[in-house]
Structure formats: structure tokens, C-alpha cells
Design a protein around this ligand. Sequence first.
Ligand SMILES: [Zn+2]
Length: 561
Amino acid sequence: MKDNKYRILVIRFSSLGDIILTTPLLDTLKENYRNSEISFLTKQKYQGLFESDPRVYSVIYFEPEGKDKRLPGLLRLIKGLNQEKFDLVVDLHSNIRSFFIRHLVKAKRKIRYHKRLIPRLLMVYFKKWKVESVSTVDCYLETLKKIGIKVYSLKMHLHRIPRLYSKNEERIWAEDFLSEIGVKKEEYLIGIAPGAKWETKRWDKDKFSFLAKSLSQDLSIQTGSICTKVLLVGDKNDQKLIEDIKDSIGEDKVIQAVDLPLDRLMVLVERCELFISNDSGPMHLVSALGVPTIGIFGPTSPGLGFSPSGLNDKVFWAGVECSPCSLHGEKGCVKESRFCMDEIKPEEIIKEAKKMISADKVIFLDRDGTLTEEKDFVSRIEEIKFISGAKEALKILQDLGYKLVIISNQSGIARGIMTEEQVKEVNRFILKELGNEGIKIEGIYYCPHHPEENCNCRKPKTGLIKKVLKKNNLKLKDSWAIGDKLSDVLLGKNIKGKSILVLTGYGQGERQKIELNSKDTFWQKPDYIAKDILDAALFIKSESLNKSAKPTINSSRIRRR
Ligand SMILES: [Zn+2]
């Protein structure tokens, strides 16, 4: 059997966080090799992670046991791999085992990841040194650049975000599971992962208990009748820890998720309003699923390249003199007290958590061609004409509890076609017109640059979103981007939200672009294609009324062996 597929083998055996951080590289590979099949070689325990992942064609597990453990198992694996006839091997593990595999598997091209240990070790040994923080995601991407693969993401700010795809079928399981134990749909869930591989990386158990107890009590009061429950997540090594925390907060407040298969864990944590975790695998998992995440760092530092990746995720790190003291927290603490963890007070996290939970959900709207009739470079208010149904649509979204923000690329300014003052005047007019109808827009943010300037604020990059988040108390969970261009769709992906393409403005042409290369360009696909903004609003309304039936993230189901 030989077709013209480009076959790629990606190797990363462990650990959970590291594997998740390879996902932007998978995006980049799919973007460069449109007609490709990626096989991912990893350990059995990570089964479930890529079950519904449109980027991964097959997952190969390697977990030899007993006599098979050493050479025989490895040789059998290599024999099997050689039947796949790979074109490219990307070794992201770079250890002895992957060295053998890389060398013995036949492929036209082979590359391996350089761990950039030196800058990381410098950070560990000379804390005060001005060492630029190392992004693990970027290090993985650098691997590809070495053989001339274009890392578009560096330019587009796309696909640099670790992202996971949960399994639709498992959502039904999660609903059943939660309803069986009496959790109602409208109840809040706060997720906590109190464990970590190394003792030193675990924040104090009593602090987690205090945090969980206060949050569930306070939020239940704040939200009136809505209860808040705590989802405690961990593997079998965390069982005792989780039991202890459960006992101190009360059984009726706690849901335990110990040693769940990853595909089930993924759908369960997606249900959380917020997730609080030590610097560990679950932190990367929830963040890659777009759940607002708080990461607690002690003996490791976020600068070592393992921060949670969401735009409004938060990191707590005391920055004490002795931290970071090791790369992964493997060294025991030599101080009389664990200052790096002790200095992080539960009260601070509770305060931040409440802020994150009470933040408003938001819809990012495009302006020209989406809310108003498309006309190249609108510079005068006389040229503004609202698309029919636009005002009604915004009212629907506002009534659903969304905050509305307009994000617009206005390169006409850089092109010298119009002045910034003209754009501002048009925006003031739009705000006034909508205000007269009782519609409140949090702001109209625009990028004045030329596309070639490669700025950080032009959609689909998220520079303007960061600005919006800083100014307003908004959260990106359940957020949407709506517009008539592919850049609006990609903006939705970049904020780990959902996206709708409207067929007004440039929408028809943009839809054609997407459908033309449909099969291998799943990341361009919006969650919904709407006739116009009103249709989009009605879709979001139906989604929020029936929250259990979330839209599929990937419409292209990929065949599995
Ligand atoms: Zn810009």
C-alpha cells in the first residue's frame, strides 16, 4: 500500500504536561504538510489524550513489560514502525530510548529536539541572572525550523497555543456521571489538582482544604441558590491526599476524579468554571482545554517554560530567593521551611479565583461586513449602514449575559486612506447609535497597522484581546468571535473560544476559501456558519439554552486504525 500521504512519526513518551506542550508543533506540521498523517508514539497511560484529535491519525503506545522490557520490546516496536514507511521522524523526547528508535526507524528525514538545558540550568543555579524565560512550545517549534519547515505560528500567532480536543461521546458520560451523583446542570464546579509528581511541588494540603471550603461556601452564597462543588483530580498516588481534603470540606461538597482515563477526565474538567493546580500535568491539560486556570509554582519557576497558556490564566509564584531550585521540582527542599510555597497565601488565591469566576463572558465582534455593511475603508459616518437585524442580534447576545466588544482591523490608517481621528469618529457614531437602542458595547478596539508591519494587534493575533482583558473584568471561557473573515474565525481559535463566520461582507468568499481546502484545514473551520449576525446570535442562544449539547470542535472526523 503506497499512497502519496506524507507520514510523520512524532515521539514523546512522557510526561503529561510535556506531551500537551507538543500540540502547537502538531498544528504546524499539519499546516505545512496538508496531505499528511501524523502518528504519535507515547506511553499507554496517555491513552485518551488524542482520541478525538483531528491532527493525530494514530497513536502508537509503547509500554513493554517483564522480559519484553528492554531490547526485545524495542526491536519489535521498531519492526512495526518500519512497516509504516515514515517520511519524517520528529523525536521530541531526546533520550536513550528515543535515540535508538530514531536511528533504527527508516525515514527520509529525522530531527530531534534540543532541550535548551543551558538557559534553564542557568536560571536554576543563578536565579538573579537575567535569563530570558524559555518557552517550551517555542523550543519544540525551533526543532522544525532546523529542517526548513515554516513555523507560520511565529508570524500569525496561531497554533502556538497548546490545545486539546475532548471527545464528544464522553460528554454524555460526564453528564450522566454528574447527574447520578446529584450535580445539577446549573451548579458551579471548581476543579482542584492538589497533587504533583514531586513532594516539593505540592502546595500545602491544609491550604487547599481551606481554599476549597471557602470558595464553595462563598460562591454558593454569592450565586444565591446555585451550589458550588469541588472536583478533586489526581492519580492513584494522590488518593490519600484527596481523601484528606474531602474529609475536611465535607463529602457532599466533593466530587472525586482519581485515576480517570484521560478522555473522561478531559470532559469532566471542561465542566469547571475554574481550575486550580500545582505546576503539574493536570494544569496543562485544563489550560489546553480552555478552562480558566490558576497555576501554583514553588520550587519551579514559570520562567522555565511551563506556564499555563490561556490568555487569562494566572500564575502564583512567590519568587523567593531560592526558587527555582530545580528544573522539575525533583530536588528536596533544604531550607528550614518551604518558603516558596508558604509565601503563597490561600487568601490571595481565593481573591483571584472569585474575580475570575465572576468575570463576564464575552463576544468579540467584527465591525465592517459583520455589524455594518461592508465598504472598503469606511471613513465618514454617512457611510455607516447597519446590517439588517444587527441591533436585534446584539440585544439577544446582551440578554444572554454576554459583554460585547468590537475588534476591528483598520489598516486604512497605515495605508494613508483615512486618519485615526476619522476611525474614532465612526466608532463614536456606532457606539451612540447602538447606545440609543439600549445596547452597551464595552469598547471598539482597532488595529491601525498595515498587515506587513506584523504587529501584535492585527486579527487573528490576540494583542487587542490582551488589552481588552486588562481593562475589563472578562473571561474567555464560553467566549465567541464573530466576523466575516477567516481572521475572525482564527481569532476565536486563538482565544480558545468558539467562532462563527457570517456570510455578509466578505463571508461568502471566505467560506469558499475554507471549503476549498477543507480536509486538511480543520483549524480554519468555524463552529458555525451563519447567514448573518442575527442568525449567529440565535445560534449562540440555542447553544446556551442547551449547554449540554456543545457544538463539535472538529467537524472533520479522521479515520483511525
Ligand atoms: Zn496592529
